[in-house]
Design a protein around this ligand. Structure first.
Ligand code: DGL
Length: 266
C-alpha cells in the first residue's frame, strides 16, 4: 500500500488554521501546504476563476504525491468542490463547508445560525444549503465580510481598525437576528477569533454566541477516511508569491526553528 502526506491548500494563511488542527490531531503526519498568495483573494472572484485556481492547487499537491487533499478554503469548497472531484477522481478531496455546517448545527440550541464568509461563499449559499440539509427548519443568516481577509493577512489582530470593522459588520447581524451560533465561514476568520468574541460580547452581553469553524470537524472527517498517510512529521510549505508575510504567520503556528518555505509557479 502506498502512503503519502496530506495536502492542504488555501488562497493564503487562512488554511493554516485548518492545517494546525490536522497537525494537532495527527502530529506525526507529513503535510504539504500550499498558499496561493499570488491569486488571493479568492473571495471576490467568480466561480469559474476560483475553480481554475483551485484546480491548479490540487494539481500541485497531487504532483507532490499527497494521499488526500483538504480544501482549507471555504470559497474554493463552496464553488469548486464538484469540479475538483471530477478532475481528480482518484484523490480523496475534502471541503470545509459540510464539516462547518455540521459543527454549527451541533453548536446551536435555538437553530438560529449566523454565517460570515467571503462574498463568493455567501453568494453561493453553500452554508445555508448544507445547514438546511441537516436541520431543515434552521434559520440561517449569511453575511459577507470582505474586509476581514486583508486584516487577517496583514496581522491586524488586536487593532482598533479591526475592532471597528467587526462592530460595523456584526452589529446588525446580532441585533436583528437572535443567533446563538456564528460560523466563521472563511478559514482566515479564526485568526480573528479573539476580537470577534470580544466584539460579540460587547454587542450582546446577555447572549452567548458560540463561534464555530470547520477545522476540527474536517480533521475528524479526514481521520475517518482511514488513509495510509506517511509519518515523520515533515512539513512542506509553498506559496505562489512573496513568502515573508506568510512565513511569519506559519512560523507562529508551526513553530520554533523556522519553516521550510518555497515559492512555486502554478
Ligand atoms: N480563506 C479563504 C476562505 O476560506 C478565502 C480567502 C480569500 O481568498 O478570499 O474562504
Amino acid at each position: 500500500m502506498t502512503s503519502g502526506p496530506i495536502g492542504v491548500f488555501d488562497s493564503g494563511i487562512g488554511g493554516l488554521t485548518v492545517a494546525r488542527a490536522i497537525v494537532s490531531a495527527l502530529p506525526d503526519v507529513d503535510l504539504v501546504y500550499l498558499g496561493d498568495t499570488a491569486r488571493l483573494p479568492y473571495g471576490a472572484k467568480s466561480p469559474l476563476t476560483v475553480t481554475r485556481y483551485a484546480s491548479r492547487c490540487v494539481g500541485f499537491l497531487a504532483a507532490a504525491g499527497v494521499e488526500a487533499v483538504v480544501v482549507a478554503c471555504n470559497t474554493a469548497s463552496a464553488l469548486a468542490l464538484p469540479a475538483l472531484r471530477e478532475a481528480f477522481p482518484d484523490l480523496p478531496i475534502l471541503g470545509v463547508v459540510s464539516p462547518g455546517a455540521r459543527a454549527a448545527v451541533t453548536a446551536s440550541r435555538t437553530g438560529r445560525i449566523g454565517v460570515i464568509g467571503t462574498e463568493a461563499t455567501v453568494r453561493s449559499h453553500s452554508y445555508r444549503e448544507a445547514i438546511h440539509a441537516l436541520a431543515p427548519t434552521a434559520e440561517v443568516v449569511e453575511l459577507p465580510c470582505p474586509l476581514l481577509v486583508p486584516l487577517a493577512e496583514v496581522g491586524w489582530i488586536d487593532h482598533p481598525v479591526t475592532r471597528l470593522t467587526l462592530e460595523t459588520y456584526l452589529a446588525p447581524l446580532v441585533r436583528d437576528h437572535a443567533i446563538d451560533a456564528l460560523v466563521l465561514g472563511c478559514t482566515h476568520y479564526p485568526v480573528l477569533e479573539g476580537p470577534i468574541a470580544a466584539v460579540l460580547a460587547a454587542l450582546v452581553p446577555d447572549r452567548r454566541i458560540a463561534l464555530v469553524d470547520s477545522a476540527d470537524a474536517v480533521t475528524r472527517e479526514l481521520q475517518a477516511l482511514g488513509l495510509s498517510l506517511s509519518l515523520g512529521g515533515r512539513r512542506r510549505f509553498a506559496v505562489t508569491d512573496l513568502p515573508d508575510r506568510f512565513r511569519s504567520m506559519a512560523e507562529a503556528f508551526f513553530g520554533g526553528g523556522g519553516i521550510a518555505l518555497e515559492v512555486v509557479d502554478l
